[in-house]
Design a protein around this ligand. Structure first.
Ligand code: HDE
Length: 709
């Protein structure tokens, strides 16, 4: 669906490449009209196929080459178009047009992804989510290729292949798919203590988002902003979702993977089709260069975040995603993000992870897309004009005119010509460097424990419980005792009682110490003493911003509400509830014992969205059961409706019923807990709405865990 009001320069550019097949004759790739695409050319109807059959050859040839290599990481992704708008100029920090011109609507293309799984793997894997934004700015394309967590597993690009090889399916049997819960990953993690911080984020609810629209995004690395005088500031980029940050429980994640493994992809697509455009605000943490060394951690270390309580996030603009791609392959699959794509006003730092990424992404596109001319694929084309002397090679799509393709030249009047800094020419920030060439790691990167502990301390009790369950699940899937034991010791560096609880679940003891495998983790050249993980420090007791308990709870927009109905349901109560929910932009779905239509007590027909046979409780945020004896009796006669309620209760969701609807609660696990604060019997829809906006009633967690479904 296109929103014409918000059509951007990029939309207009892409439209030139769109091909509409409506009312068109089928042709070959040469434009020849085709009269039979079902039968090959044969010597007699029962004879051999003829080599002459160019129609068959073209069709099969194309088919044979329809797949390109999937991304080595972030293979599973979903994307959308939109725009970015600036609230106020920040010219004192950056000269980038996107950060100074409030009149602009900069087109964006955003791709979200999981990291470890293959292209067809489940959306609900416990994993980091990619959050890659391509800004098509007037001064060139800027890619902010981030994640939904503010830190990364490792500190140096050199370790990336090791990390990825460890988390990917094991090389002998290609098991498990899209899962970190296996020996090789924990072997690596437990030997590489710097991973501990990102790892606890993955173990937290952040690893299983409710929706791609309900995740934060982070640039992770410290970047630089450069103003027009050439003065630099350090910066960290944050995306804050308007819908708040919310997650599902692990039990739901596992079940959603079976019920709808495209859950996140569908959710993003449907929200945009429904005109419920997801929005994020862009926030900056800006640090003067003079303050580079004032923190208890190194700004260049990508395993560290800057607590928002220490450097507040300044909100400067918003991003809206308002258009689904026209074609998955052409756009979502072929989009190529490069952290090296920057524009004047933004620059890199020496973060050793970022530095490695500057090489990797351009390189990987070659094997994925097959030609270094990938920037000419429509989705990758800048909206800024391109005039380059880098031209020849596979799949050149343009016809560059003239006699020269070099600089300097006099034959083309010196064109394309160079631009000065003032004219918008990119100049790298002139950082002063005076150092020895050395293959090592800065000692200031050696604190691996303070921040995972800060994160854990900042979580609400229910979040801590989820972390404990996640560690127990993941390590429970490992087979090697020595790996689990090393992990328990590491977890104890975060919190003793957390490690003890996990150990109890594993039937193990937390070891007092382990042989610290430092020279494996850091490298034999490093000074081992310098690189011992340091004792954890407490430089901040808690950082409330890290907890999802402090996110937004002010909307139920796009929440999926299941109405359980059968013939004879009470229309009056149904309508009151439906109207109230839809007024808040929630999505009401009718679930009945069968497909087609149901008839209410006023003999009107209502379209059923899904029969109970084809859907599951885990796909909804809340449940409502209207009264009407006949309807409720029909629901009670199918045990799956009771399972539906039990699961919603187990997952701490809000449930509302009217009149006879209460009988359904009585037949379920809710029967004994009708005083629960998110259970509503004949109550005003407003109360139900408030509870849905709260996302879950975590106070119920202890009871809910024992509900068998
Ligand atoms: Fe990536 N990463 N990465 N990564 N990454 C890729 O590039 C790599 C890192 C991220 O939707 C690949 O085009 C190295 C951090 C996202 O298309 C590859 C290192 C962060 C995406 C690659 C990192 C990311 C990728 C695979 C360590 C968050 C998906 C396909 C030095 C700040 C982009 C591709 C999309 C994709 C390499 C670390 C985020 C192989 C070597 C840190 C969101 O080039």
């Amino acid at each position: 669906m296109k929103d014409k009001k918000t059509t951007t320069e990029k939309d207009k550019q892409l439209e030139q490449y769109e091909v509409d097949y409506k009312d068109k004759a089928l042709t070959t790739r040469q434009g020849l009209k085709v009269n039979d695409t079902n039968n090959s050319l044969k010597a007699g109807v029962r004879g051999a196929t003829l080599l002459e059959d160019f129609l068959l050859r073209e069709k099969i040839h194309n088919f044979d080459h329809e797949r390109i290599p999937e991304r080595i990481v972030h293979a599973r992704g979903s994307a959308a178009h939109g725009y970015f708008e600036l609230y106020e100029s920040i010219e004192e920090y950056s000269k980038a047009g996107i950060f100074t011109d409030t009149a602009r609507k900069t087109p964006v293309f955003v791709r979200f992804s999981t990291v470890a799984g293959s292209k067809g793997s489940t959306d609900l894997a416990r994993d980091v989510r990619g959050f890659a934004v391509k800004f098509y700015t007037e001064e060139g394309t800027w890619d902010l290729v981030g994640n939904n967590m503010p830190v990364f597993f490792i500190q140096d690009a050199m370790k990336f292949p090791d990390l990825v090889h460890s988390v990917k399916p094991e090389p002998n049997n290609e098991i498990p798919q899209a899962a970190s819960a296996h020996d090789t990953f924990y072997d690596f993690v437990s030997l590489t203590t710097e991973t501990l911080h990102n790892h606890i984020w993955v173990m937290s609810d952040r690893g299983i988002p409710r929706s791609l629209r309900m995740m934060e995004g982070f640039g992770i690395h410290t970047f630089r902003l450069i103003n027009k005088k050439g003065k630099a500031h350090f910066v960290k980029f944050h995306w804050k979702p308007k819908l708040g940050v919310h997650s599902v429980t692990w039990d739901e994640a596992v079940k959603i993977s079976g019920a709808d493994s495209d859950f996140h992809r569908r959710d993003l697509w449907d929200a945009i089709e429904a005109g419920q455009y997801p929005e994020w605000e862009l926030g900056l943490q800006i640090i003067p260069e003079e303050d580079e060394h004032k923190f208890d951690f190194d700004l260049l270390d990508p395993t560290k975040l800057i607590p928002e309580e220490m450097v507040p996030v300044k909100i400067i603009g918003k991003m809206v995603l308002n258009r689904n791609p026209e074609n998955f392959f052409a756009e979502t699959e072929q989009v190529a993000f490069l952290p090296g794509n920057i524009v004047p006003g933004i620059d890199f730092t020496n973060d050793p992870l970022l530095q490695g990424r500057l090489f990797s992404y351009r390189d990987t596109q070659l094997s994925r897309l097959g030609s270094h001319n990938f920037h000419q694929i429509p989705i990758n084309r800048p909206v800024a004009a391109v005039h380059t002397n880098q031209r020849d090679g596979h799949m050149q799509m343009e016809i560059p005119k003239g006699q020269t393709a070099y600089f300097p030249n006099s034959l083309s009047g010196g064109c394309p010509y160079l631009s000065t800094f003032e004219e918008g020419g990119f100049e790298s920030y002139q950082e002063r460097i005076d150092a020895n060439k050395i293959r090592s790691r800065s000692e200031s990167f050696s604190d691996h424990f303070s921040q995972p502990a800060l994160f854990y301390r900042s979580l609400a009790p229910w979040e801590k419980k989820h972390v404990m369950n996640a560690y127990s699940f993941e390590l429970g899937k490992c087979n090697h005792e020595h790996i689990k034991s090393r992990m328990l010791w590491l977890i104890a560096q975060i919190d003793d009682s957390l490690a003890k609880e996990v150990a109890d679940n594993l039937g193990m003891k937390v070891p007092d110490d382990i042989e610290r495998p430092i020279n494996q983790a850091i490298g034999a050249n490093a000074n081992v003493e310098d690189h011992q993980p340091k004792e954890k420090k407490i430089y901040l007791e808690e950082s409330p911003e890290l907890s999802q308990a402090n996110t937004k709870f002010d909307t139920i927009a796009t929440r999926q509400i299941a109405f359980l109905v059968a013939n004879g349901f009470n229309l009056k109560a149904f309508n009151t509830m439906k109207k109230a929910l839809e007024a808040e932009n929630a999505m009401v779905k009718l679930i009945a014992p069968f497909g087609g239509t149901v008839v209410c007590d006023e003999k009107k027909e209502h379209k059923v969205n899904a029969s109970i046979m084809t859907t599951e409780s885990v796909l909804f945020d809340a449940i409502y059961v209207p009264g009407g004896k006949k309807s409720v009796d029909a629901l009670l006669s199918k045990s799956k409706f009771i399972k539906f309620i039990n699961e919603a209760f187990k997952h701490c969701k809000a449930i509302a019923v009217d009149d006879e609807g209460e009988d359904v609660l009585d037949a379920s696990a809710v029967g004994e807990h009708k005083d629960d604060k998110a259970i509503f019997i004949n109550k005003n829809p407003k109360d139900f709405i408030k509870a849905i906006a709260q996302h879950r009633n975590w106070d119920r967690m202890e009871i809910a865990e024992d509900v068998a479904v």
